[in-house]
Design a binder for this molecule. Structure first.
Ligand code: PSU
Ligand code: MN
Length: 335
């Protein structure tokens, strides 16, 4: 099968190990090593549905202990819908595909003292045996390497406000242009420039789908006011799109944006004023680059008295349920 040949290919390039090589004392031991959990290995070898999950949302996106609780709940939802969750992170220099409870807890407790690992950081973190959460871009890379095609998160990075002059454009967007993974998210937060993010995704050739709506969702709110380029309404339709993208070998990614459930959306005014305050503070304090998104997320959470975190958790869980259904539908087509 497709998955089996990918695994065989992986064996040629990497030393895959089930046990951590922690404390081996051998400088070179973990170079080229990827650890795939037993559950994920079995699922991939049997063509079963697998859903990748990122871990910067655990280390930098939410405070402890909500980050750990959410990570566990999201995995449980994926399982309930019939797919195998594969949370991805780099621990002591080893890219790990599928974390156990202890590993999840370690990362959750490290919080922002863990590295935030985008594409540019991967080689350095591995070479220095560092640990950290993988962003959307890095999670896509490792998911693709091991043959996982669907990945669920809360929100992706985008073009930052004033990005046209700062050039702060998340590598999530370029990764979507070059790696054939489907990312399921609740759209893009209004801490970012949503219209320019959509323009940039078009430039990168990314298929952008709004689920059950024609309005691109804005994370905390169901609508951004920007029209999505396409709309799909069922997991089966999404699976078909993914399969066509693969068969045509387009090599680019797909973004499926699911609106936050109505009952969890944060009132536009409350969230917008919190975002404006947080953006002003970040600018006053000179917080830029990879530190900006984590800063804004935690300030908006404080300013909304925890309401934004609650919504964030609810939408991630919603995405996990639908992402798993898409993965199951895809595994059926590919049978
Ligand atoms: N948006 C969130 N929560 C997050 C992130 C974004 O609501 O945790 C994280 C994701 O890991 C995403 C990264 O890939 O931030 C983007 O960071 P940057 O804007 O620095 O590219
Ligand atoms: Mn950036």
């Amino acid at each position: 099968s497709n998955a089996l040949s990918r695994l065989a290919n992986l064996h040629r390039h990497f030393h895959i190990t089930k046990n951590s090589t922690k404390g081996s004392g051998n400088e070179n031991q973990n170079v080229g090593t990827i650890k795939i959990s037993q559950d994920v290995t079995t699922a991939l070898a049997n063509g079963k549905a697998v859903v990748a999950l990122e871990s910067t949302i655990i280390s930098h996106g939410m405070p402890y202990p909500q980050n750990l609780e959410t990570a566990k709940e999201v995995e449980a939802i994926v399982k309930e819908k019939g797919a195998v969750p594969a949370t991805i992170a780099i621990l002591e220099g080893i890219p790990c595909i599928g974390l156990n409870g202890e590993e999840l807890e370690r990362l959750a407790k490290l919080g922002t003292s863990a590295r935030k690992i985008s594409r540019r950081d991967i080689a350095h973190v591995v070479a220095t045996r560092g640990s950290g959460g993988t962003t959307v871009s890095t999670t896509m890379i490792f998911a693709s390497m091991v043959g996982i095609s669907i990945f669920v998160t809360g929100g992706i990075g985008g073009v930052h406000k004033h990005g046209e002059s700062t050039m702060d454009i998340s590598s999530d967007l370029t990764e979507l242009g070059r790696t054939p993974i489907t990312v399921v998210s609740a759209g893009v937060k209004s801490i970012l420039d949503i219209p320019r993010t959509l323009e940039y995704l078009e430039t990168q050739g990314v298929s952008v789908v709004a689920y059950g709506t024609d309005d691109f969702p804005a994370f905390f709110s169901e609508k951004s006011g920007c029209k999505a380029p396409c709309q799909l309404d069922t997991p089966e339709e999404c699976a078909r799109l993914i399969e066509v993208n693969r068969k045509l070998d387009l090599k680019s990614g797909i973004l499926i944006a699911i609106p936050i459930p109505k009952e969890h959306s944060v009132s536009g005014n409350i969230i917008e004023s919190a975002i404006q305050t947080a953006l002003r503070e970040a600018s006053d304090k000179g917080i830029t680059g990879s530190a900006e998104t984590p800063y804004l997320l935690s300030r908006v959470n404080e300013l909304t008295g925890g309401a934004s975190l609650e919504s964030n958790i609810a939408l991630v869980k919603n995405n996990a349920g639908l992402g798993a259904q898409i993965a199951v539908a895809l595994a059926q087509i590919q049978d």
